[in-house]
Design a protein around this ligand. Structure first.
Ligand code: AHM
Ligand code: MG
Length: 335
């Protein structure tokens, strides 16, 4: 009835964070404010994506490469700057570290008071942008430890158990924001007529097993034999179905709701794989664990992995706990 609908329509993201923390303390207010800034970033990016094909200069490559030697798209740069802009003058975030910047970006006016760091991948799955299929943004929030006087951000080189919040924004048929502050995983859907993210699913639990397997099988020839063993197993058993979109956020989102496993293993040439720990795999691992699932490098929990550098990569096996365990068992057998 309408009373329920009204209450639900008023459960915005910032209110939800405060409800979860059952507090109006300064820390709770900070976290709530950080989440609403992230939501604003999501709305700005969603708006640009929705009209990108009509906008001069919104699509295509910039002609330069990022720190990891990948071609940079105009949308990557735009989205990267959006996150910086929303945190300027916020007094909240002192540092931002992203896929698109070699070193962390400091917002000096926030630094004396803003004790948080934002880690993010502004556009995950950028190759999907030009063909108008789903992409995402991934984010994680950490408390800044120490003063970082030399600007090296060494305190970031710790494991993912240090996260205080993580989530992603999925730019699909609707725009969704999924987050956790360590109290379950919750989904919000952008209502364009209100311009607000409204609660759509609370305390999401990933099924313990699911039918989906999601991997780029074009890499089969360069995978380790153990991963090939797993894929052969899947091919020979009933009950599996393949889904792979080229954007981790979308593939993970499907698995969060329907169960299954996403894999981006290492290859012979690149044993650490493609995905980056601090702003891709660790935030999603945080969500997976909070939803009753798991995330593994193959030999350890992603959340226990310590990056050697800001842009360190890890193999990723993430999803339903039974499915992740099955992949791990194949790895163990060959080790
Ligand atoms: P990006 O952040 O540069 O877009 O790279 C990450 C993406 C993931 O979203 C996706 O799962 C993977 O790279 C796809 O890689 P591949 O084309 O090798 O299958
Ligand atoms: Mg990415």
């Amino acid at each position: 009835d309408y009373e329920y609908a009204l209450d639900r329509d008023c459960t915005t993201l910032s209110r939800h964070v405060l409800q979860q923390l059952q507090s109006f303390s300064a820390d709770a207010q900070d976290l709530s404010a950080i989440m609403s800034r992230i939501a604003l970033a999501g709305k700005l990016i969603a708006r640009r994506l929705s009209r990108a094909d009509l906008m001069e200069g919104a699509l295509g490559f910039t002609g330069s490469e990022n720190v990891q030697g990948e071609s940079v798209k105009k949308m990557d740069i735009y989205a990267n700057e959006v996150f910086i802009s929303v945190f300027k003058q916020s007094g909240l975030v002192c540092r931002l570290a992203s896929e698109e910047m070699e070193k962390p970006y400091y917002i000096p006016e926030n630094c004396p008071v803003g004790r948080y760091t934002l880690l993010y991948d502004p556009i995950d799955g950028s190759s999907n942008v030009d063909i108008n299929i789903n992409v995402g943004s991934i984010f994680a929030v950490r408390q800044q430890e120490g003063d970082d006087l030399d600007g090296e951000a060494r305190d970031l080189l710790q494991n993912g158990r240090k996260l205080i919040a993580a989530g992603y924004i999925l730019y699909g048929p609707s725009t969704m924001l999924i987050y956790s502050i360590g109290k379950g995983v919750h989904a919000f859907t952008l209502d364009p007529s209100l311009g607000e993210f409204i609660l759509s699913s609370e305390n999401i639990q990933m099924p313990a097993h699911g039918p989906i397997y999601s991997a780029n099988e074009g890499n089969f020839w360069q995978w380790d034999e153990s991963i090939r063993d797993y894929i052969r197993y899947v091919h020979r058993h009933e009950g599996y179905t393949a889904r792979y979109s080229g954007a981790l956020v979308g593939d993970f989102h499907r698995i969060l709701f329907q169960g299954g496993v996403f894999l981006y293993p290492g290859t012979v040439k690149k044993p650490e794989g493609k995905l980056r720990l601090l702003y891709e795999t660790a935030p999603l691992a945080f969500l997976a664990e909070q939803a009753g699932g798991r995330a593994s490098t193959g030999t350890q929990d992603i959340l226990d992995a310590v990056p050697a550098k800001l842009h360190a990569r890890t193999p990723l096996i993430i999803g339903s706990k039974e499915d992740v365990a099955l992949v791990e068992s194949f790895i163990k057998e060959r080790s």
